[in-house]
Design a protein around this ligand. Structure first.
Ligand SMILES: Nc1nc2c(ncn2[C@@H]2O[C@H](COP(=O)(O)OP(=O)(O)OP(=O)(O)O)[C@@H](O)[C@H]2O)c(=O)[nH]1
Ligand SMILES: [Mg+2]
Length: 718
């Protein structure tokens, strides 16, 4: 019985190990017998083979004395690692912090940190340091004499984090005491309608020629630079685009500025974007100085421009108000000194000062990814003095400043308040318009970002819940209304069979999928704003699969392949090694990109049948002719417009109602069958359908049809 059991055990385990051998020896069984039993009990050959080839069989034979001695089989219990007995269990999770681990273990933090010194890989013993490796966490806990249980990270209560947030987020410092404030250069934003001469004005002020080199002759980026005026004062100027597509950039310009110089071309007067700027200035409560430009042009009308401005609610100095309007010629340099004087005076009146000490504060004007230098942002420092090595936080991005540059790309050692500066060293790309705050250490920056990410996630989750609730309510209301309507109509009944699909994913609506890559954040934002004006999704869907700042990457190309999307690059170079099956189109001018997209959308629209009227005839008389045994009706007509062609289609109209549309059977002039009838010529027309009986007074229209490509009616507003 025992042998049978033993053999079965061996068979079940499908291998022969030391323990079985020991068992056999322990029971004083000869190995050969064990094998016989195994054979009898029908163990597979493979098992037997294993049994015979077991390494223990190769041991030397026992001596007679050895055989006589009692053999004791010892099953030694598994050795415990570390030797210490583990008591109790604590829950651990991946990314647990050292402090959280100490709390779970109910041990002082110092104890845990001391234990960590003896654990390989647990190098960072800072209380907030996160432990990513579960094995290391287990080892720490075991070394503390406790067993572990792996659980998922507990949900962090928002209420708890509310308190934590006070320590983990940063906010601008309270206003500095008056004695610490020092005068700073004014930030002046030049704004106005497209082509009214903003960039030319700034070029004249700083002796540059930016306007001449702009793609498409329009400004498409917000630019920030310092200009030293002839009186020695420094002014920070921001140049903004005037094209309709860049309203977000203009709004940002108006937000960060102290003074707005509104450029209005004297030949055009107040235009759409002039109005937009005036509204922005009024909303942001920013003082305006008007520069009436292009006065050198013969068609310039300064008085009309002033009247236009008055109508917009600007009370100019001439009319007893406080807004200065200076007629200038940016191109010829006329009256530019008067304009700069006005800017200086306005800045002096405003008494612009800032605290140049302490942690810096600033605003991102623009941000971009440079293929060689990495992530960069142009910012204006509003408080403190920015130097290399500063740790900055902006939205969900942070930087350790590696370099500061002015608008010409020259390195700067420091950037005091009111200075525009290009910052190098961002780990993530900050968003244009976001506030920049300096923090003491990188550790602090990380904790701020973690907090903000958590806040953002929480906010998003809340929004999603609201959205879901709203959708649910809408759906329920719709369902109830439909159900009540069915009940009223007596159609309330059980429905059988599979339920109809509510969402048809692959509908027949044509689709244009696109990926957008732009040089700076502002231009991508401007493009997305333009796409928002597209509303014709029921005729052709416009799908923005992905967008981002920087050059077209391999990832973008892969995505384009997957979604069958077109990659549009804006002010970025086209990649040289792109596969042929992916369409990549790069543009430097926004309206050219949009025109191309419009063409693409139009090409997806199905062609429509277009009718072209060739000629028209009046029916003068109805008569019948005999054809075989049948009497068929014939219309005696006169062609009154164009020409009638037998091969084309004909339409019989009576009292504005179409009675028939189709081909002719016969077209006769006098007795002859003809192919066409000219204007003022009489003829007899017989339709193919003999049931159609024309009457005197009817109109017969001859027309052709052709398929014509449709054009999208998308109007992006420019
Ligand atoms: N005659 C004359 N032409 C001017 C003057 N100022 C600008 N221009 C011309 O107007 C055109 C547009 O000038 P820009 O400076 O590019 O205009 P802008 O307002 O910067 O245009 P956007 O930035 O695209 O909105 C250029 O051809 C300039 O040479 C001026 O005072 N007199
Ligand atoms: Mg410009």
């Amino acid at each position: 019985m025992f042998f049978r059991k033993f053999a079965c055990t061996v068979a079940r385990s499908h291998y022969c190990n030391t323990r079985h051998f020991r068992l056999a020896v322990g029971r004083e069984l000869p190995i050969s017998l064990t094998c016989t039993i195994i054979t009898k009990t029908g163990i597979q050959n493979a098992t037997r083979r294993n049994f015979y080839t077991c390494d223990l069989l190769c041991k030397r034979r026992k001596t007679g004395e050895e055989k006589k001695s009692d053999r004791i089989i010892e099953y030694s219990p598994k050795k415990k690692k570390g030797g210490a007995k583990l008591e109790g269990v604590v829950d651990i999770w991946r990314h647990i912090s050292v402090q959280e681990l100490a709390d779970c273990l109910k041990r002082p933090l110092e104890d845990v940190q001391e234990v960590m010194l003896y654990v390989k890989g647990a190098d960072n013993i800072e209380p907030q340091a996160r432990l990513d490796d579960l094995k290391i966490i287990q080892e720490i806990v075991n070394k503390c004499g406790v067993k572990t249980r792996i659980v998922s990270a507990p949900e962090v209560e928002v209420e708890d984090l509310g308190d934590l947030g006070k320590h983990h987020d940063v906010s601008p410092r309270p206003p500095a005491p008056a004695e610490l404030l020092k005068p700073r250069p004014p930030v002046v934003t030049v704004m106005g309608h497209v082509d009214h001469g903003k960039t030319t004005l700034l070029d004249s002020l700083r002796g540059a020629a930016v306007a001449a080199g702009e793609a498409g002759g329009i400004t498409q980026h917000i630019g920030a630079f310092t200009v030293k005026l002839s009186n020695g004062e420094q002014v920070t100027f921001l140049d903004t685009p005037g094209h309709a597509a860049f309203s977000a950039m203009r709004a940002r310009g108006a937000h960060v500025t102290d003074i707005i110089v509104l450029v209005v071309a004297a030949e055009d007067g107040v235009m759409a974007q002039t109005r937009e700027v005036i509204q922005l200035a009024l909303n942001e409560n920013v003082p305006i100085i008007v520069a009436i430009n292009k006065i050198d042009k013969p068609e310039a009308d300064i008085d009309k421009t002033k009247r236009d401005l008055m109508q917009m609610g600007l009370v100019l100095e001439d009319q007893g108000g406080d807004i200065q309007a200076i007629p200038i010629s940016a191109l010829k340099g006329t009256n530019l000194e008067l304009l700069t004087e006005a800017v200086s005076t306005q800045a002096t009146i405003m008494g612009l000062k800032a605290d140049p000490a302490g942690l810096i504060e600033g605003v991102v004007v623009e941000s971009k990814t440079d293929p060689h230098r990495g992530k960069l942002s142009t910012a204006i420092v509003t408080r403190g003095t920015l130097r290399k090595g500063a740790v900055l936080v902006s939205g969900l991005a942070h930087a350790k400043v590696r370099g500061l540059f002015d608008h010409n790309g020259k390195p700067m050692t420091q950037a005091p308040p009111g200075t525009p500066v290009e910052i190098l060293g961002w780990r993530e790309l900050p968003l244009a318009g976001d506030v920049i705050l300096e923090v003491e250490t990188e550790k602090k920056a990380h904790s701020v970002l973690r907090w903000r990410e958590h806040e953002a996630k929480h906010h998003k989750a809340e929004e999603a819940v609201d959205e879901i609730r709203k959708k649910e309510e809408e759906h329920l209301a719709k369902y109830r209304a439909e159900r009540d309507a069915r009940r009223l109509a007596g159609k309330f009944r059980m429905r059988y069979g599979p339920r109809e699909k509510e969402n048809i994913e692959h509908d027949d609506v044509p689709r244009v999928s696109i990926i957008i890559k732009g040089d700076v954040h502002g231009s991508v934002e401007a493009l997305l704003d333009v796409f928002d004006t597209y509303t014709n999704n029921e005729r052709c869907r416009l799908d923005v699969v992905h967008y981002g700042v920087g050059n077209v990457s391999e990832g973008d190309i892969e995505l384009a392949k997957a979604f069958n999307a077109i990659v549009y690059g804006f002010s970025v170079p086209a990649p040289t090694n792109a596969p042929k099956e992916v369409t990549i189109r790069c543009y430097d001018v926004i309206y050219r990109l949009i025109d191309d997209l419009k063409k693409e959308i139009s090409s997806k629209l199905p062609a429509v049948e277009v009718e072209e009227i060739v000629g028209e005839a009046n029916v003068l008389q109805q008569f019948f002719i005999n054809e075989g045994r049948k009497e068929v009706p014939v219309a005696g007509c006169r062609c009154v417009k164009g020409v009638l062609k037998k091969a084309h289609k004909f339409r019989l109209v009576r009292d504005d109602e179409v009675l028939y549309e189709g081909q002719l059977e016969s077209m006769r002039h006098l007795k002859n069958e003809v192919d066409s009838i000219k204007k003022d010529v009489e003829c007899g027309l017989r339709f193919k359908d003999t049931k159609v009986v024309p009457q005197a007074g009817d109109t017969i229209v001859c027309f052709t049809t052709r398929m014509e490509e449709q054009q999208t009616d998308w109007d992006p507003g420019f």
